[in-house]
Design a binder for this molecule. Structure first.
Ligand code: NA7
Length: 538
């Protein structure tokens, strides 16, 4: 058993944790990182399923804090695939000599605030008991898998594969009958790749997806070198963009649609021309689609027309049309998703018509029939944004448990950085932050810089604690809610992880800050400039 005192403990060695360690080291804080995996990478380590790819451009989905790293690392494609992001994070860990302060294969089980000493006591599953003045929970946005509770899952005699803890040695799909459950980003990305390998692929769909064709491509000779030379301008544009990403990517349709004419004013000819020119995106590319439910319904039907132009079987095409409004879930980018359903070896199983009844040793029984398969591939999502924090016993002032506070009141925070009652505990890309609505790389770098400045401020003044005040937290939650009032994301038909609706018992609340990155940054900077207004410093 190890019992050590640190200035700061960072939980997680993914995108956020690596930068947090570098940042805090730079402030001469004795910092220790605890990571449950046996190597760095976080989300990009676990989610190594076929087709896994970031839906933002590599030159934006990367650290901007080091000009050297920007210049030394070589991206090979416009949007990076999982292996390249994992390699990048390993490169950064080596380049900054981060591994010597990371304890791998260790899970934090509890964090308890020792009020008289103003120190956090951190216990791990190895029996270690560390103490630290500051905690940075770099625990990830989508890091806690949500396995479904389907009767018979355990008795399946074939291979069960989970996208969020995909085996490092890979999985053999060649010649296999495969069932894929889940059609969010993960399922949509995996579908075309699995279809090319499997003998037969059954895509079991509970909710259809809105998904736009990706623009991913390898860089032309010299293209990346030119981008490298342009990094200062790229970063400036990125910082000014609402979604923390100014180039093509998942948020583009949403962002650019706002500048287009209203669908409700468009003639049928204009509507059809839009899908002639832009395919499925043409159905969504109107300014009123996410603000007016009538326009939203028109867009949904037009989207169905566009899908029907790609997918030859009319019944399959109809099943692939979502029943909820566009904008209710995070947009998806795919690589030939709809075309895949024209293959002879692919069958869409519409669970809206007949749900899964049970899994047996040899396959999946639904109300519409039995599907005998060799492999079941689960792409069923995450307990997003809060899951990693509520799974630890985090006890703040007076022994209050974070899990209880959030279950009672919803996942409140102040600026998405702290929760009242939990001094010196900082969150990165947690609830209340731009999280799901922004380029995570932009968002986490800003938050970690802010956290570093805040800790430096405390230490320079000989103070011991910084804690969000509950009135400031209430005002932040009110402000966050006001930004999404009446939005499609809160429509009753919308069951997304954005609002926690995919987790039974989770309080429905829009968890991401919807005011955009620049406004988020402005507000956080204003708070810091005012001597950390809304925080109690002691
Ligand atoms: P998502 O987007 O939460 O998708 C999970 C999918 O799994 C979704 O289609 C679910 O249907 C489906 N699901 C979950 N449980 C079941 C059961 N029991 N039966 C059938 N289908 C089920 O997770 P992803 O991993 O795809 O993407 C997460 C984020 O990663 C994504 O937004 C990007 O930001 C990157 P439902 O919609 O709940 O009806």
């Amino acid at each position: 058993m190890v019992d050590e005192a640190f200035d700061a403990i960072v939980i997680g060695a993914g995108f956020s944790g690596l930068y947090a360690l570098h940042k805090l080291r730079g402030l001469r804080l004795r910092t220790w990182v605890i990571e449950q995996a046996d190597r760095v990478g976080g989300t990009w380590l676990w989610n190594r399923y076929p087709g896994a790819r970031c839906d933002l451009e590599s030159v934006e989905y990367s650290y901007s804090f080091s000009k050297d790293i920007e210049q030394e690392w070589v991206w090979t494609e416009s949007m990076p695939a999982q292996p390249e992001i994992e390699a990048y994070l390993n490169f950064v860990a080596d380049r900054l000599d981060l591994r010597r302060d990371i304890q791998f294969e260790t899970r934090v089980v509890s964090l308890t605030f020792d009020e008289p000493a103003a120190m956090w006591v951190v216990k791990t599953d190895r029996g270690d008991r560390h103490r630290a003045r500051f905690i940075v929970a770099a625990t990830g946005l989508l890091s806690v898998p949500l396995d479904p509770a389907i009767a018979g899952m355990q008795v399946f005699a074939g291979k069960s594969v989970f996208s969020s803890r995909y085996p490092r040695e890979g999985v053999e799909f060649d010649g296999k009958r495969v069932a894929l459950i889940g059609t969010g980003s993960t399922g949509v990305q995996a579908t075309p790749v699995l279809a090319r390998q499997a003998k037969h692929l059954y895509v079991l769909q509970r909710s259809a997806a809105y998904t736009a064709p990706s623009t991913v491509r390898p860089f032309e000779p010299g293209e990346f070198e030119a981008l490298k030379a342009d990094y200062p301008a790229i970063r400036t544009a990125q910082r000014q963009a609402r979604a923390g990403a100014a180039r093509t990517g998942a948020f583009n349709v949403m962002a650019q649609a706002a500048t287009r004419p209203p669908l409700k004013a468009a003639s049928r000819e204009q509507q059809l021309r839009a899908i002639d020119e832009l395919g499925v995106v043409g159905a969504l590319f109107w300014c009123d689609v996410m603000t007016d439910m009538e326009a939203s319904e028109m867009a949904r039907r037009l989207y169905g027309d566009a899908v029907a132009r790609i997918v030859r079987d009319p019944e399959t095409a109809a099943s692939l049309v979502p029943t909820y409004p566009f904008g209710c879930k995070r947009p998806i980018i795919d690589d030939g998703y709809y075309e895949t359903f024209n293959r002879d070896n692919v069958t869409l199983v519409d669970l809206r018509k007949a749900p899964i009844e049970e899994i047996t040793p040899s396959g999946i029984r639904t109300a519409q029939g039995f599907f005998e398969v060799d492999t079941i591939f689960y792409a069923t999502g995450f307990d997003a944004m809060t899951g990693a924090l509520t799974r630890m016993d985090i006890r703040g002032n007076g022994g209050i448990l974070l899990r209880d506070a959030w279950t009672r009141e919803g996942p409140g925070s102040y600026l998405g950085l702290q929760v009242a009652g939990f001094p010196n505990l900082f969150m990165v890309i947690g609830p209340g932050s731009p999280g799901a609505l922004a380029n995570v790389a932009t968002s986490l770098e800003f938050q970690i810089d802010w956290i570093g400045d805040c800790i430096a401020h405390i230490r320079e003044r000989g103070l011991r604690t910084v804690e969000a005040r509950s009135d400031a937290q209430a005002a932040w939650v009110k402000h966050m809610n006001s930004l999404v009032e009446g939005s499609v994301a809160l429509h009753p038909s919308c069951n997304s992880w954005w609002i926690g609706a995919n987790v039974p018992g989770k309080k429905r609340m829009f968890m991401s800050y919807a005011g955009g990155m620049p406004e988020y940054r402005r507000r956080c900077e204003e708070v810091a400039a005012a001597g950390y207004a809304g925080f109690a410093l002691a």
